[in-house]
Write a protein that binds this ligand. Structure first.
Ligand code: MN
Length: 311
């Protein structure tokens, strides 16, 4: 999905505290933002407290939202540079179209991974035939400098490795965990796991101590190493952990994200991830003038206009 805020502040990673090299347990409250026509989402990253977890640089928790009535979710064509968009629905469907000509419905359990590279544009909307509810996560992964100017691409991954562990169903959505390797092609060492339980469950997960980690709750509530975590909260865990205990009393769903500390300062503004103001200004001009980002075909509605840059 997208950053639709028209009052758009730049987010510079160097304005934030350095990566915690030791284990920490920091609750970061999400903030509400409006996505498309009336869909409110909870934005966990970027925040003033933390910009990134590894290369994960943008975390939205969308819904659960009632999309039974028209129009449902409608996010018109908009551009991206320097990132991958990672879409993980847990209820309902979305229809993706992009300037490379891909048109793909995504359903729960599936991953859409769009690599913006030097520039791509896309739209996302509720398909005509759909469930009455949409609920999911939309994440961005910053591309490292050596990859961020690459040609754009789009991949749909219909199945991810899944295993049962101590009452949780764990889906490895990105990277490698618990001996399972997710198919999604990413360009930094990182991991993403969806943990789901319908009842009481407790497990101890092995972690990579070289990674920093964070946990975003999507449903219910959990305790992570004894720290309660509720809806609307991201728990930042820092680096240096060998393991992590996750406990739930009832139905709960959690995204556990991790990665090697990114090691490059990034600048995020609107739907762009880059390194300099000049790049942001140029990408904004290119989009608003119809250059570079191609055309999204068959979306029935207007494209988004980039807001004025703050520089
Ligand atoms: Mn988008």
């Amino acid at each position: 999905m997208s950053n639709l805020e028209q009052q758009c502040s730049p987010s510079l990673s160097s304005d934030c505290p350095d990566t915690a090299r030791q284990p920490v347990s920091e609750i970061i409250d999400t903030r509400d933002a409006v996505l498309g026509e009336g869909l409110t989402i909870r934005r966990a990253l970027p925040s003033r407290r933390r910009r990134m977890i590894g290369a994960w640089c943008f975390l939205d928790h969308a819904g659960p939202a009632d999309v039974g009535e028209d129009p449902g979710i409608r996010v018109g064509p908009h551009p991206h540079i320097g990132l991958q968009t990672f879409t993980w629905p847990v209820t309902g469907e979305l229809l993706h179209r992009d300037s490379l000509g891909y048109e793909q419905i995504i359903r729960p359990g599936q991953v859409n991974l769009m690599t913006a590279g030097r520039g791509i544009s896309h739209s996302e909307e509720s398909p005509t035939e759909r469930s009455p509810e949409f609920h999911g996560a939309q994440l961005w992964i910053a591309l490292p400098d050596a990859e961020r100017h690459r040609e754009p691409g789009f991949e749909h991954y219909p199945e991810q490795p899944q295993l049962n562990r101590d009452g949780f169903v764990i889906t490895v959505v990105a990277g490698e965990a618990l001996g399972e390797l997710a198919p999604a092609q990413v360009y930094s060492p990182l991991v993403g796991m969806d943990l789901y339980t319908r009842g009481e469950a407790q497990t101890r997960l092995p972690l990579n101590p070289a990674f920093e980690y964070g946990a975003l709750l999507l449903e219910g509530s959990v305790e992570i190493d004894g720290q309660p975590l509720n809806i609307g909260q991201l728990l930042y865990l820092g680096c240096g952990r060998e393991q992590l205990t996750v406990r739930a009393d009832q139905t709960a769903r959690l995204l556990l994200l991790g990665g090697e500390p990114f090691g490059e300062e990034i600048l995020m503004w609107w739907n762009f991830v880059g390194r300099s103001k000049q790049e942001m200004i140029r990408a904004t001009r290119d989009w608003n003038e119809g250059d570079r980002f191609g055309q999204v075909q068959n979306y029935d509605g207007p494209r988004l206009t980039a807001p004025a840059t703050p520089w």
